[in-house]
Design a protein around this ligand. Sequence first.
Ligand code: OFO
Length: 169
Amino acid sequence: MISERLENAINEQINAEFYSEYFYLSMYAYFERMNLQGFKNWMHVQLQEEHAHAMGLFEYLQERGGKVVLNKVEQPKTDWNSPREVFEDVLKHEQLVTSKINALLDVAEEVKDRAAVSFLDWYLKEQVEEESNVGDVLKTLNLICDDKQCLFMLDKELASRTFNAPAIG
Ligand code: OFO
């Protein structure tokens, strides 16, 4: 049986992951308005990943005999001034999520739940990958993309991202 403290912390993280899905869904809508289909595709893949992260925790908590409690999902921002500004927000957001996963791991360690520590390690590795993916797009936007032609090229590149359901845990 999972400790109540860890159960609460996992429920908070489920909420954070659903918020991430919502946040990227809002960016997806922004890129639709901008008619940047490749950027929109990138966000679509991202939001599906976030949904999978939330469900991974959801199913894990149930498997461990815990109670899933779904809380209200905060309203995300809806407007940005540029694709660069969007990706700056994505990077900040992913860094925040990394700190949340670290805090969750701290709880799992404090309650000495080794099984949960081992399960949650996957999330930490995933954050390293996510920050790096976002950082790559942001680097291109910051260093190279000052004109519309570059944005168009990057949009084409981002159109090739595909979603592969992650094997969590
Ligand atoms: Fe769930 O990894 Fe992004 O937020």
